[in-house]
Design a protein around this ligand. Structure first.
Ligand SMILES: Nc1nc2c(ncn2[C@@H]2O[C@H](COP(=O)(O)OP(=O)(O)OP(=O)(O)O)[C@@H](O)[C@H]2O)c(=O)[nH]1
Ligand SMILES: [Mg+2]
Length: 289
């Protein structure tokens, strides 16, 4: 039996969360076309008769500007320490030198697989150049190209990961898929809809907190607060006649129902908390401990 921790690192928007979902074969992490979608380390557990892999999705690596960013980078650091294998994810279209600088600065002790993603968006020549660029880097034990969005290359990637995975007994029961509670994923699903429907600074100045999660006889009742920094943002999230929050709520509810496998009654509130991203007490209260 093989078992171990495999962590996905990379710049924002490289496709880390998409890759986690592709490896697990189900949607656990939220995804968006905007940068800085993921704010926590999210473990996804893949158990097979011959192995157990505990994957971690992490926030995209950035230079912190707010305390919120510092917490996000803390989540990245914690994931460096227990990684048995590192997956260094690169968008084929981004600046490879920058990725190389970031990967070198991780000072990884674990073997690393460089993964060139979004190959569906590049031609063969560009891809070859990328492979050649990373082939000379000391941390790159292997280089693999994938398209996480359509699953291409995922089977080969799994085989490569298994080569480097240590022998050992499983850490989690076989039916466990994550170590985070359902209400965390509920808040994330709501946050994803905000990233999808709202522009500019709003997604970045917003967080979601589930404050009620109650099993009733035939459904789960969920209440959540959408936290913003300014009154003007509250008005935009509500939308004209409450249209925007209705859209967010109904899309989120459908996805939450699939996730929990039950009918859900979802209630959303918008609260203004100026500068919450800089406030230690609020950050802690909102789950950025
Ligand atoms: N064309 C294409 N798009 C992809 C692929 N993989 C991911 N994407 C898209 O890239 C965008 C970012 O994907 P995410 O998975 O959210 O990226 P991330 O690295 O987790 O981003 P952060 O959480 O912000 O660090 C989304 O719009 C994805 O649909 C791929 O293989 N091909
Ligand atoms: Mg992500």
């Amino acid at each position: 039996m093989k078992a171990g921790f495999v962590t996905i690192f990379g710049k924002p928007n490289a496709g880390k969360s998409t890759l986690l979902n592709a490896l697990l074969g189900e949607k656990l992490a939220i995804v968006s076309p905007k940068v800085q979608t993921t704010r926590h380390r999210i473990k996804g557990i893949l158990t097979q008769p011959e192995y157990q892999i505990i994957f971690s999705d992490t926030p995209g690596i950035i230079e912190p500007k707010y305390k919120l960013h510092e917490r996000m980078m803390r989540a990245v650091k914690s994931a460096i320490e227990d990684a048995d294998v590192a997956l260094l994810l690169v968008d084929v279209n981004e600046a490879w030198e920058e990725c190389d600088a970031i990967f070198s600065a991780l000072h990884l002790k674990a073997p690393a697989i460089v993964i060139i993603n979004k190959t569906d968006t590049a031609n063969a020549e560009k891809l070859e150049k990328g492979k050649t660029f990373f082939s000379t880097k000391p941390y790159a034990k292997e280089i693999i190209s994938i398209a996480a969005l359509n699953g291409s290359g995922i089977a080969e990637l799994l085989q490569t990961i298994l080569k480097y995975l240590p022998e050992g007994e499983p850490f989690f029961a076989e039916d466990e898929i994550t170590d985070l509670p359902e209400r965390f994923f509920v808040a994330e699903i709501i946050r994803e809809k905000i990233y999808r429907h709202l522009e500019d600074e709003i997604p970045y100045q917003t967080t979601v907190v589930v404050h009620e999660f109650k099993q009733k006889s035939s459904l789960i009742k969920i209440s959540a607060n959408i936290i913003v920094q300014r009154e003007t943002q509250k008005a935009i999230i509500l939308g004209e006649g409450g249209k925007m929050i209705k859209t967010i709520g109904s899309e989120a509810r459908k996805e939450i129902e699939t996730f929990v496998g039950q009918k859900v009654f979802l209630e959303l509130f918008v609260k203004v908390r100026p500068k919450w991203r800089e406030n230690d007490t609020l950050l802690k209260e909102y789950g950025y401990g």
